[in-house]
Design a binder for this molecule. Structure first.
Ligand SMILES: O=C(O)c1cccc(C(=O)CC[C@H]2O[C@@H](n3cnc4c(=O)[nH]cnc43)[C@H](O)[C@@H]2O)c1
Length: 236
């Protein structure tokens, strides 16, 4: 797995997914065994470790932070963190089955509501709702994944399930391509550890009225495997 590290210009890379099927899809693409637990790969000092953190921003931040701290304490810190997984895509901006590389991971429901509209953390003076991707990492992914769309990825605690909610997000985030549930948390943990960060998503469903039967999870997982394969096979 040294190739991926060289490709990204980094020595050690942590890839964080939410669920195990996403982790396995990535391991398949990387050509790594799917039955080796992430903890073992971490302890063995593997250059690329793929870990499933759980769904949502809290689990994502906590697990990422734990992996980064263990690696740092062992003297083999991660230089880069990629949050990867499936996501909802905004219609007319990205297709189901498509790939998105996040320029920014935005905590779209972190803030305060008011009669005058939603107030972000920035507007409240409590920090920032926006975590920017590392430019070098973003460009490295862009080169190996030329078909990927590049734009903002929203992080939400609730999957959007109505046309009204989708339209609100569309208005508030005209550059958003996708929504998921972990990016901002993974990015925050990476930033606090001084590691580069980027979010990589493949689209399983359109953002909008809830229609679980229409989710194309196998197609999105297959796209995730293909994307991981590109990361692994192109030499730096
Ligand atoms: O079927 C459901 O209602 C449902 C509710 C919560 C989570 C899921 C998952 O499948 C979790 C996996 C993972 O998927 C990401 N994801 C995929 N599509 C979306 C979306 O439209 N909005 C937000 N997140 C999405 C998310 O990052 C989850 O971790 C199913």
């Amino acid at each position: 797995m040294k190739k991926l590290g060289r490709l990204l210009g980094r020595d050690r890379v942590l890839i964080v997914t939410a669920v195990e099927v996403e982790r396995q899809a990535i391991l398949r693409g990387l050509g790594q065994p799917e039955n080796v637990p992430a903890e073992e790969a971490l302890a063995a000092g593997d250059r690329v470790v793929v870990a499933a953190a759980g769904v949502g921003v809290a689990a994502a931040a906590a697990a990422t932070s734990r992996y980064l701290t263990i690696a740092h304490t062992a003297g083999e810190p991660f230089d880069a963190v990629i949050n990867a997984g499936i996501a909802g895509g905004f219609a007319d901006r990205v297709d189901v089955g498509g790939i998105v590389i996040g320029t920014r991971s935005i905590a779209a429901d972190l803030g305060a509501d008011s009669p005058d509209g939603f107030l972000t953390l920035d507007e409240l003076g409590f920090g920032s709702s926006t975590m920017a991707a590392d430019e070098d990492l973003l460009n490295a992914l862009r080169v190996v994944l030329p078909a990927a769309r590049i734009g903002d990825v929203l992080t939400l605690s609730t999957v959007t399930g109505t046309t009204t909610a989708m339209e609100v997000l569309n208005r508030r985030h005209p550059n958003a391509l996708a929504e998921a549930m972990e990016g901002y948390g993974v990015a925050t943990a990476a930033e606090q550890a001084g590691a580069a960060f980027v979010e990589l998503r493949t689209i399983s469903n359109p953002v909008g009225p809830r229609d679980r039967a229409a989710w194309r999870i196998p197609a999105a997982l297959a796209a995730l495997t293909t994307a991981a394969g590109e990361l692994a096979t192109v030499t730096g």
